[in-house]
Every structure is written in C-alpha cells, then in structure tokens.
Design a protein around this ligand. Structure first.
Ligand SMILES: [Zn+2]
Length: 301
C-alpha cells in the first residue's frame, strides 16, 4: 500500500511536462521515416523531464555520473504508419493530442485500420477513448494475450493496490468498448523471427515492464524498424546503465533482463529503433560502448 502510494506520488510529482507538441506539422513533413513502402510519423504528447527518484534502488554514483542535476529528458511518443494501403497507429499516448494531430494531418478517425498496443499503461491507451466512446470506429486493436489477461484480472487489480486502480479501470473500459475488435496475439522472439500480425509487421515479446509488453518489428524488404515501446524510459541513464529499473516496471527484474537482451540484439544487428519515451526525434540506432550503449538519434551519424 505504502509502496504503491509512494510510486503514485513519485510519478505524478517527478515528471513535469512541457506543453510542446510539434508533431502535427511534421505529419507528412520532412521528419517522416521510410521503411520499405511504409512512411512512419512520430506523433507526441510532448517532451517531459523525469527525476532520478523514479529509478529503483539506484547507485547514487550512477545518478551523479549520468544525471548530474538529478533529471533526465523524456517524452511521450506514438507513431502513425502509412503504407500498403493501410493507416496504422502504434500506441495512442495519453489522449491529449492524438485526435488533433490526426485532424491537422487530414486523417479521419475512421481511416485508422489498426492500432497496435505495446501495453496498457495510460500513456499508451489514453487516445483510444473519449468520454468512454471509441475514438476509432473501424480500427482493429492488436494486444498481446498476456497483457489483456493481466488488466482484466481482479486478483491482479487488488494486488496492484489503489494507486493503480484507475489504470485497470481505463484498460477494462477500452477493452469493453472495442469489444470483439480487440484481437489478441502471442508475440515470439527475435530468434524465432517474431509472430506475424499483419504483412510486414511482427510482434516480439518484451515482458517485464508490464506482463505482456510487446514490441513491433516493421520489416519491409531489407528495411527494418523496431518499435520497442517502453523498453527504456530514461535514455540518459538506461543507455550507459541499462541495468537500472524504473518504478513503473511491474516486474523490474524481468524488465532489466529483457532490456539487456534486446539492446544486445539491436546493437549487434544495427537495427533502427523507435521508442515511446525516447526524446525527439524518437528514432535512431545504438552502438555498444563499455558496459552499455550510446544512442545515435536519426539524422546524426
Ligand atoms: Zn509509457
């Protein structure tokens, strides 16, 4: 109880958002990323600043070294994909800016064919509903079976405590409103090549942050881009020190093991990645450096 109230306090007080939301003018603009026939656009709820108290049991020396002022830059990002005759969203943010960004880009809610959800935290599913109604009347929602099972389980809701109750209720409302348009899947691994959800889109398990947290690999011809969801929250810390977990991680130990394995694969394969909490431009590559990694944002070599 105390732990979860403390977590809520930390999360709400240690993350401050700027109101900046520059994605709208970028939809269709020069910052779009191309993957085979797909165009990928970064949408956003804006940049934010997180504080070191959001890390779990972290060595103060690491904080001193990598976050000398005790803060790190972050953001809430989500992505729009257009190609192969489809318009797809990957996550939906808090629900603050998504509808406006789509409207400004001339995209009607009914034009969204599919929404791929990495997991069901509120900063990823908030854009699905407005006043308890479905924002996207024709979209199929793709969600891992394990993720759905967690958020509808009353035992898990009781165990998570009062601070998490609103997130459970939001997830349950979204699942009820979209009903049989929610399609669950079983993600596989890099080694197994991923589980095919749609032509050129595969799901890969990245459990730990949440029980069913999944990544999506866009693979079109020889072009690839991995949407890694919440594999990281604080790039300034978790690139040089990927063993650092966050208070947001439902299973911090599993989240760390997953992060270490995925980062190793991504760097070795020189895979382009897009992250929901990577500050702009939210897309880039990794290079191994010492015990960790360096992130090279797209556009910088
Ligand atoms: Zn998140």
């Amino acid at each position: 109880m105390f732990r979860s109230l403390l977590a809520l306090f930390l999360i709400s007080s240690l993350l401050s958002f700027s109101v900046a939301a520059r994605a709208a003018e970028e939809v269709g603009g020069p910052s779009a990323h191309t993957v085979g026939q797909w165009r990928v656009y970064r949408l956003t709820d804006g940049a934010a600043t997180g504080k070191a108290a959001l890390f779990v049991d972290t060595d103060p020396n690491l904080v001193q070294t990598y976050l000398p002022d005790g803060t790190y830059p972050t953001a809430i990002q989500y992505f729009l994909l257009r190609g192969h005759g489809k318009t797809i969203l990957i996550d939906t943010g808090l629900g603050k800016n998504l509808a406006r960004q789509l409207a400004e880009a001339g995209i009607k809610p009914e034009a969204i064919d599919a929404i791929l959800l990495t997991h069901m935290h509120g900063d990823h599913i908030g854009g699905l509903l407005t006043a308890d109604q479905a924002v996207f009347p024709d979209a199929t929602i793709y969600l891992s079976e394990k993720e759905k099972a967690y958020w509808i389980d009353p035992k898990m809701m009781a165990k998570a405590g009062p601070a998490k109750k609103d997130n459970f209720l939001l997830a349950q409302r979204a699942l009820a409103v979209y009903g049989d348009r929610v399609k669950t899947f079983f993600p596989s691994s890099f080694a197994a090549g991923g589980a095919t959800l749609l032509p050129t889109i595969k799901a890969i398990a990245a459990y730990g942050h949440t029980p069913g947290h999944s990544m999506f690999l866009l693979e079109d011809g020889s072009d690839k881009l991995l949407f890694w969801g919440d594999l990281t929250h604080a790039m300034a810390m978790q690139m040089p020190a990927p063993q650092v977990a966050m208070v947001y991680d439902i299973n911090p130990k599993e989240a760390v093991a997953t992060r270490l394995a995925v980062l190793r694969h991504v760097a070795a394969q020189k895979l382009a990645v897009a992250g929901m909490h990577i500050p702009d431009p939210a897309i880039g590559h990794l290079r191994a450096a010492g015990a960790g990694y360096v992130f090279m944002p797209e556009g910088e070599k």
